[in-house]
Design a protein. Structure first.
Lengths: 572, 376
């Protein structure tokens, strides 16, 4: 026999083996643990390895004349059961606790996998009968299981690779219509997965959105850099090539491992800027735009600057802010000479010293409190972002965003700003985006049309939209985006360690939730009630780089891995 | 799902159409097993072993030294016992039948036997198992007429799965139904089912033919005698429960007489007694203590009785009895503690063989659904 024939036979044999799924167990329905429309169990023979989040398939009855259908399920938990009724039986079986005693016959036991039904390819949700053969689902089966086969190819965004215990892998696609609208929108990422995992995933997902977009020039991205210089080189190739296994992941996902195109870096002015000419950033970039806040450009955002951190149970501060904003923006005569932060502080000192209440409403002590608070923010503890007058190179952030261009990615660096300043920038960005998408654009000078979609990525969302009763102006802004962004084309990709720390209306409006490793106390919070109890426990065991994707189209969350970012990152 | 025991239907129709039937409550009532059924059986089967007068071991043991040490010999050192047979049964009272002036119980039994094989790694697999449904009906002066019985006999299935059994026939377990001393027919039906179960156990030994040799032994649960002696080589019977009344005579003096309790109370842990002769030397038997007395409630717990067929009536070599006993002591782990009250002397593979059979039995619900008497 010639070597060619031998090779052909081997290939055929291999293809045949691939086509014939390996049986990994049989379904088991018992009196106490029956199969239902939603769940079934199967036992595993020895030496078969199955893990939570594996997707399995099993034959189910079919419609008449259509043959058997397939039911797909997600393994949620595995347990080993023996015939020992209690631990004492095992103790006694070791000759009353002799640890060296070897059993002549190993105790009868088997591992039983619990499975949540994902789907049936003939829409038959009869309980899976007992004794049916169970196999790992093949890639096309996984697509059916998750509903990916129902997605149009143009709507598929690769969200990671599903790796099964048998070594097989397939792409977990999420539906563009449920990520970027109009069906639903937003992505929320939570977990304590490890260094930069959430950010890396968000960046991977944005890259996937851009690379698979039918019209990438109609999508703009705004990214907040909140830590070090993590996202300040996203247009640069990594210093070292990605390892082959990471390249394989990119390839398997059908994506090109490349840095971001058309990136605009917006860096804040700092206290040293007048001396060095450099922005207040962890990295010296060659090409960037610098932004700063003078009173004129900030007057309409004073609420976002001042309200998040000031205690205002009676609403007095809010009232003062409202009066000042209206006064400055309305050109009130009283504010004619108030054109800078210093002048505003001087003005406040002046009205604090007046007799009686300012405008008949606010006592001097309240004005004093407000002034001290403002002074702390814009003078004593500021990082240099607030200026009385902007230099020619110092831009107004909201103006840049108003002129946002499709096909561009804007990285706004807030890593070195104080918390209050970060909140201001974040709120400023949201308000600006909201304005250009929801309202008539008056100040836009950019000739290209407003992008159809603006994807906004922010880490540590809990700072800006915390859970709880009190809703600051920034929280309100986030809620507006969360609730109306789908129809406006503003997509929030947010991340935080603990989902429970974020306003539930934000997470609730995220049609796609990405979950990394999470502590057991956190998963017990009501925010995770959409997860099966077994999956919650499995979440506490996720490894670094492993994430659960809970997507509106999927009936159960799936575990994915994703490739390392293909842009330069600082060394740690 | 079709009726899995539809073989019963023609028989029930036949009986229902020819007898007056007073059905049991709920169509079938499971008979409870006697708590000491095994011990009673040992008494019945070894009726003539009440007095033991001879050893069956070579070299001839001394009356002053009745115990021999048998430290455990684990499977890893020598894997001797490879096959294990057990049987199980469930009996159900179906109805009282009335024909002419005679009334009698109609019972049904599920009986089964299984042989499990232990691989070198200790894992068990089923080598063979058999399952039967018996319709237990008395015939003759205390039961159905001959005409009806002949019709009933015709309903026996060709594969032997369903079989009508005449309860009144004699056997070693159910005894003899004599006109001067009639036995309770429900008890007799239960005994008859046990007898048929043991026959099934003996039948299934055949599955190991050609597989047994001096290194591959078979353990049968219980005695090595039913109606006749089992002559199969490389087989021992291990009884968890055995009669407690045999007397051992080692001489004419009073102090040379011992009862089994006295012998076993002094039997140390992981020791065996010397082998004794029964049935005129056709069986050598001895006792082995599997567990320390201090771990158990009662001195006779943790002791099993071993029977070795000696068709040629030769005594057993002490070395062989030691080897078998040592391997048996190693079988003490694991135990079905918490699952069977006889855990202290149960052999786990035997327990598993029993589970194999029980798990194949039809459930009470299935049987109740299957038992439909014809409407009058």
């Amino acid at each position: 026999m010639s070597p060619d024939i031998v090779t052909e036979e081997l290939v055929e044999q291999e293809l045949e083996e691939q086509a014939t799924p390996t049986v990994i167990g049989r379904t088991s329905a018992t009196e106490r643990d029956p199969s239902t429309s939603d769940k079934f169990s199967f036992w595993l023979p020895d030496r078969v390895i199955v893990n939570p989040f594996d997707i399995v398939e099993v034959d189910q009855v079919g419609q008449p004349e259509q043959g058997p259908s397939k039911t797909y399920g997600l393994v949620t938990m595995l347990e080993h059961r023996t015939d020992a009724p209690n631990h004492l039986a095992n103790f006694i079986s070791s000759n009353f606790g002799e640890v060296d005693e070897e059993p002549n016959t190993p105790r009868q036991g088997t591992t039983v996998a619990s499975v949540n039904v994902l789907s049936n390819d003939a829409d038959i949700y009869m309980p899976v009968p007992s004794e049916r053969l169970v196999c790992f689902a093949p890639p096309e089966g996984i697509e059916k299981a998750l509903g990916i086969d129902q997605m149009k190819p143009a709507d598929r965004i690769p969200a990671g690779l599903i790796k099964m215990s048998n070594g097989a892998s397939t792409v977990a696609y999420i539906d563009r219509r449920y990520v970027l609208g109009p069906e639903s929108a937003h992505v929320n990422i939570s977990g304590i997965s490890g260094l930069a995992t959430k950010t890396s995933y968000a960046m991977f997902l944005i890259q996937a959105i851009l690379q698979t977009a039918p019209h990438p020039e109609k999508t703009a991205v705004i990214i907040l850099n909140v830590k070090q210089a993590d996202l300040l080189q996203i247009d640069q190739r990594p210093e070292q090539d990605l390892p082959p296994e990471e390249m394989e992941k990119w390839e398997a996902l059908g994506l090109e491992p490349k840095p971001f195109d058309h990136v605009v870096y917006l860096l804040p002015r700092g206290n040293d800027t007048p001396r060095t000419g450099r922005p207040n950033s962890f990295l010296d970039l060659d090409v960037y735009r610098m932004f700063a806040y003078d009173l004129e450009s900030t007057a309409d955002k004073l609420d976002m600057l001042l309200m998040p951190s000031v205690s205002d149970p009676s609403g007095t501060m809010e009232g003062i802010i409202g009066e000042i904003m209206a006064g400055i923006l309305g050109g009130d005569a009283e504010f004619r000479d108030v054109q800078s932060w210093s002048q505003l502080l001087g003005f406040l000192r002046q009205i604090q010293g007046q007799r009686g209440r300012w405008r008949g409403l606010f006592m001097a002590s309240s004005i004093g409190k407000f002034r001290r608070h403002l002074r702390r923010l814009v003078h004593t503890r500021q990082t240099g972002i607030f200026v009385d007058s902007r230099a020619s190179g110092e831009q107004v952030l909201s103006e840049v965003i108003t002129n946002i261009k499709g096909g561009h990615t804007y990285v706004v660096d807030i890593a070195k700003l104080s918390d209050d300043e970060q909140a201001l920038v974040f709120g400023d960005l949201l308000r600006s985006i909201y304005a250009i998408k929801a309202e008539e654009v008056e100040d836009r000078t950019e000739s290209s049309p407003v992008p159809d979609r603006i994807v906004f990525f922010v880490d540590e969302l809990n700072k800006y939209a915390p859970g709880g009763a009190r809703e600051s102006p920034i929280t309100q802004q986030v809620l507006d985006i969360a609730e109306r962004g789908r129809s406006l084309g503003v997509i929030l990709i947010s991340a935080q360690q603990f989902m429970s720390a974020v306003h539930d209306r934000v997470t609730g409006n995220s049609a796609t939730k990405i979950l990394g490793r999470t502590g057991s106390s956190e998963v017990m919070q009501p925010d995770y009630r959409f997860l099966d109890q077994d999956l919650k426990m499995a979440m506490t065991r996720l490894a670094k780089g492993e994430l659960l994707v809970n997507h509106a189209v999927y009936r159960q969350p799936v575990k994915v891995i994703f490739p390392w970012p293909a842009y330069r990152q600082p060394e740690f | 799902m079709p009726n899995p025991v539809d073989c019963l239907t023609p028989a029930l129709d036949l009986l229902g159409n020819n007898l007056n039937i007073l059905p049991a409550t709920g169509s079938a009532v499971e008979d409870l097993q006697h708590p000491d059924a095994d011990e009673i059986e040992d008494v019945l089967i070894n009726r003539e072993v009440g007095e033991v007068t001879a050893f069956a071991e070579t070299p001839q043991p001394s009356t002053s030294s009745l115990y021999r040490p048998t430290p455990p010999l684990s499977r890893r050192e020598k894997h001797l016992f490879r096959f294990f047979i057990d049987g199980s049964l469930r009996t159900y009272f179906l109805a009282t039948g009335i024909e002419s002036t005679r009334s009698f119980p109609i019972e049904m039994a599920q009986i089964g036997a299984a042989v499990v094989q232990r691989d070198d790694d200790g894992h068990l697999s089923v080598l063979d198992s058999q399952h039967k449904i018996l319709l237990l009906v008395p015939r003759g002066s205390r039961g159905v007429s001959d005409t009806l019985w002949i019709q009933l006999e015709r309903l026996r299935t060709s594969d032997g799965f369903f079989e009508p059994v005449d309860v009144t026939t004699s056997d070693v377990i159910s005894g003899q139904d004599r006109p001067d001393r009639p036995v309770d027919l429900r008890n007799k039906a239960g005994g008859k089912a046990r007898h048929r179960m043991h026959k099934l156990e003996i039948d299934i030994i055949r599955a190991t033919d050609g597989l047994r040799d001096k290194n591959h032994w078979l353990i049968l649960d219980g005695a090595v005698k039913l109606d006749e002696f089992i002559k199969t080589p490389f087989l021992i019977g291990v009884a968890k429960s055995f009669r407690k009344d045999p007397q051992f005579y080692f001489g004419h003096r009073r102090r040379q007489r011992k009862d089994v309790t006295a012998i076993l109370a002094g039997l140390p842990h992981a020791h065996r007694t010397v082998a004794f002769s029964a049935h005129n030397g056709q069986v050598a038997f001895w006792y082995v203590r599997l567990r320390e007395q201090k771990e158990l409630d009662y001195p006779l717990m943790g002791v099993v009785k071993i029977e070795l067929p000696r068709p040629d009536r030769t005594p057993v070599e002490a070395e062989l009895a030691d080897l078998l006993s040592r391997a048996l002591v190693a079988e003490r782990n694991v135990t079905p503690y918490g699952l069977d009250r006889r855990w202290h002397c149960h052999l786990y593979p035997i327990f598993i063989a029993e589970q194999v059979i029980k798990n194949r039995f039809f459930s009470q619900q299935v049987l109740m659904g299957a038992i439909r008497w014809p409407k009058p």
